[in-house]
Write a protein that binds this ligand. Structure first.
Ligand code: MRU
Length: 344
């Protein structure tokens, strides 16, 4: 396979490398990833994370394994292991369905390489299209609040919600980005803050609990978040804490936008209640760990609930900004998400 460069994935001499998103921003460590077990471990540990990126990393690794001689049976088993690596983001399943079709072909090593690279190129284009649509919703001088990380680190392109913010900033429309730290794993505080800093976009880091006060003081003009899965009724699963922001935005009369590629849409999932929500380890809540060090502050054996995602009901969403266009609440109510999305 040809060499490839995205913000957080590389292919070099037929090897996959991932930028360790748990080490950022203190260190930029690239990990060679040669086996399915390694990639599943990286995905579990969120070294590779973000709905689009998980799907792309799995597709690239499968293509490289095929190219390096793995046989169809073993590839099928690998595909099943990767599909089960994380349950909530449907991009993984959607991308692997495409890889499975390539694996069905007689010339599967070549077909899988073509398909994996096509998925990467498509993702780049999807990010551009989302931003193209979304930027129209950003008013001049906007103060935008975002949650988790939806940028170049999480995709092959400029990102989804953060891609919109990036293009709006390039057009001079963004006065400030409020970055939710995004407890417990701090994707906002570590990754979004880092990306915005690199892009020289002015941002202010806040604890998640500060959003309500900012909104009450009139300091937030819109909320922009990504999605891990959009159900057939328009409900959206995204990083834990997204639902709280949607409730707050609704209460304060602030637009709440979800930006995502159509690869995050799952018409087979009737509503948010049917979206599988990943539960994670207690240690992420009882303390904090990362390249900055680690500590535990909660009592030993504290009872903990740690869902990685929550579901925002469609009724709280002002618009779904997709590569295929902007979906309004009226369109969502009339069933646009019940079928696969098409351009226009
Ligand atoms: O657990 P993570 O960091 O993979 O969660 C990521 C999110 O929830 C993002 O908002 C979503 O995947 C969209 S990324 C473009």
């Amino acid at each position: 396979m040809q060499n490839l460069d995205t913000t957080s994935l590389r292919v070099r001499d037929s090897r996959l490398w991932i930028l360790d998103q748990q080490a950022l921003p203190q260190r930029q460590d690239w990990c060679a990833t040669d086996t399915v077990a390694e990639l599943v471990d990286h995905i579990h540990a969120l070294r590779v994370r973000g709905a689009p990126l998980i799907g792309l990393s799995a597709s690239l690794l499968l293509a490289l394994l095929a190219e390096n001689g793995m046989e169809r049976r073993a590839l099928l088993q690998s595909l099943a292991l990767l599909r089960a690596a994380r349950p909530t983001a449907v991009n993984l399943m959607n991308n692997l369905a495409r890889m499975a079709q390539a694996l069905d072909r007689d010339d599967y090593p070549a077909a899988m390489a073509v398909e994996a690279l096509r998925l990467v190129e498509e993702d780049r284009a999807l990010c551009g299209a989302i931003a193209g649509h979304g930027v129209a919703l950003v008013g001049a001088g906007s103060r935008l609040l975002t949650h988790c990380n939806t940028g170049g680190l999480a995709t092959a392109g400029i990102g989804t919600a953060l891609g919109v913010i990036r293009v709006a900033a390039a057009q001079g429309k963004v006065r400030r980005v409020w970055v939710d730290e995004t407890r417990p794993l701090l994707q906002g505080g570590r990754l979004t803050a880092w990306e915005l800093g690199e892009l020289a976009i002015p941002y202010t880091l806040i604890c998640d609990a500060m959003a309500a006060g900012l909104m009450a003081r009139g300091e937030v003009d819109a909320v922009w978040v990504g999605a891990d899965r959009i159900a057939a009724n328009g409900d959206v699963a995204n990083k834990i804490g997204t639902y709280s922001l949607a409730v707050l935005a609704h209460f304060h009369g602030i637009p709440f936008y979800v930006a995502a590629p159509h690869t995050s849409h799952d018409p087979a999932c009737p509503d948010g209640a049917a979206i599988p929500i990943e539960q994670r380890e207690a240690g992420e809540v009882t303390g904090v760990a990362g390249s900055f060090g680690s500590c535990q502050w909660a009592p030993e054996n504290a009872d903990v609930d740690n869902p990685a995602f929550d579901v925002t009901p469609a009724a709280l969403i002002s618009a779904w900004v997709l590569d295929t266009g902007i979906v309004t609440p009226a369109q969502a109510q009339s069933g646009i998400f019940r079928k696969p999305l098409t351009q226009g």
